[in-house]
Design a protein around this ligand. Structure first.
Ligand SMILES: Cc1ncc(COP(=O)(O)O)c(C=O)c1O
Length: 475
């Protein structure tokens, strides 16, 4: 454990010297007058002497990245200033040649699609296990990964997501055993799990479970400014010059020092206080989950989530509350929480709401949430809930994501889209598993499904025309 904060210390020292700033950024520490932002400008510096260079770190950034790697048990760690997205893009582009196959979950975050476009790699999709009552996609299984590696021996590497948006984690250790047997790399989008490294009460971190490359969205769960994320490499990949080169290619030459400093301070803070605060939150979560489960009509669904095949753990800070036993749907429930009780949740859905707690929420916050849930559920007794919609089988891929991305396209009425190649994604959210992706064939089954979605009230992600009257197809 180290209390050192080389980047922040260098920034503070520099700010204390009252330099005449004859360098970028253009606000020169004076131009932004609004108090809330003005204070930030003193630390918003650039690569001047003493502040190192993110692209070729040899001073405070190098030292800080080494401290980051130590804290997370990595062979090497890199700061990312453009979110977890840039780490995912980097791994795709650095580790795959055009045409090489990558195994990935069908519901992966859109940054995976960006990675496929950038690298030219060909996706092979791993089925995602869904919780049937709530209709949410939770995990991939080690068995599926093994089966697909046997039937697709040319797969270059395996890139999965864990934990899910809902906090469920996969059997990373089991999957790592399989990828290692097949001599493939295992890469993990652990965007929502940066805090796991600081407490044994939380799911085991992917790196510790045997992953070769892991991306953490530090800003999602730690006290870090938006966009702050990091890429960890196991000792096997630590010296991979291609990854360093690709990361530099995809990274701005004007990285934000406030973002860098916030990541460094968060690491220092978590090393000193993380375990204690995470344990406190864990206990609050246990206590309040029980209390919420006792509210007539509501349930936190821990059992339901943990019995889904492939799920091996659950983040205590993600509180998913099923409202299927209430007369309100999740959208109405979330709207009341916002408008009447001043509580904004992370996600709402016909069947549930998802609240993201952090180590900075205290008992009062948990209590306020619980009281509001109790009041709303009491005022709207009844039964609601929507049933899940069966997804059609994954359609035939005629163009790779990169080929589809570069192809010309136009829109056609959906009814005329039979046997055309899609130029856009369509996914019902949740579960967020696309029924069609760019480059895939719109067969009769998919067309019927899209027409059905257009008539239903489900929330759609992806298409330019969300009413689904028109769809973009490749020319
Ligand atoms: C699972 C997952 N991976 C990756 C990302 C991308 O993270 P960022 O917004 O930090 O680029 C997100 C963002 O929501 C996500 O949910």
């Amino acid at each position: 454990m180290s209390g050192l904060t080389p980047i922040y210390t260098a920034l503070q020292q520099h700010a204390g010297k009252d330099f005449l700033r004859l360098h970028m950024p253009g606000h020169v520490g004076k131009g932004i007058k609004q108090e809330a932002l003005f204070r930030l400008t003193t630390l918003d510096l650039t690569e001047i002497p003493g502040l190192d260079d993110l692209h070729l770190p040899a001073g405070v950034i190098k030292e800080s990245q080494e401290l980051l790697a130590q804290a997370f048990g990595a062979g090497k760690s890199y700061y990312l200033v453009n979110g977890a997205t840039s780490g995912i893009h980097t791994l795709f582009l650095a580790l795959n040649q055009e045409g090489e196959e990558v195994l990935l979950p069908r519901n992966a975050h859109r940054s995976f699609y960006g990675g496929l476009v950038l690298s030219g790699a060909t996706p092979v999709y791993i089925p995602v296990q869904v919780e049937s009552e709530l209709g949410i996609a939770l995990a991939v299984t080690a068995e599926d990964v093994n089966r697909l590696l046997i039937s697709n021996p040319d797969v270059n590497n395996v890139f999965i997501s864990s934990p899910s948006y809902y906090g469920t984690s996969c059997d990373i250790a089991g999957i790592a055993g399989i990828t290692s047997t097949h001599n493939k790399l295992l890469l993990v989008d652990e965007a929502h799990g940066a805090h796991f490294a600081f407490s044994p009460l939380y799911p085991r971190p992917a790196l510790e479970s045997g992953a070769d490359g892991v991306v953490n969205g530090l800003h999602k769960t730690l006290p870090v400014l938006n966009q702050g994320a990091c890429l960890h490499l196991s000792p096997r990949l630590a010296d991979d010059a291609g990854i360093a080169k690709t990361l530099s290619l995809l990274t701005t030459t004007s990285p934000s020092y406030p973002i860098l400093a916030s990541m460094e301070l968060a690491r220092q803070f978590m090393e000193g206080n993380g375990e204690r605060l995470l344990e406190k939150s864990y206990r609050l979560s246990r206590e309040y989950r029980q209390k919420i489960n006792a509210i007539t009509g509501l349930s936190c669904c821990e059992q339901e989530l943990q019995t889904v095949t492939g799920v091996t753990g659950l983040d205590p800070l993600k509180i998913l509350v099923s409202v299927r036993g209430s007369a309100l749907n999740g959208y109405q429930f979330a709207a009341l929480l916002r408008d009447k009780y001043g509580i904004q949740v992370e996600l709402d859905n016909p069947n549930f709401i998802l609240a993201m707690f952090s180590i900075f929420h205290d008992r009062n916050d948990w209590e306020k949430f619980y009281q509001a849930l109790q009041a709303i559920a009491g005022a709207y007794p009844g039964r609601g809930g929507w049933s899940k919609v069966e997804l059609p089988p994954i359609p035939l891929m005629l163009l790779t994501p990169r080929q589809a991305f570069r192809a010309s396209y136009h829109k056609v009425p959906v009814k005329d889209a039979l046997n055309r190649v899609a130029a856009e994604m369509i996914a019902v959210y949740p579960p967020g598993i696309p029924c069609i992706l760019p480059g895939e064939l719109i067969n009769q089954e998919i067309l019927d499904y899209i027409i059905y979605l257009g008539k239903s009230e489900v929330r759609i992600q992806g298409p330019q025309d969300p009413s689904l009257e028109y769809i973009n197809v490749i020319e």
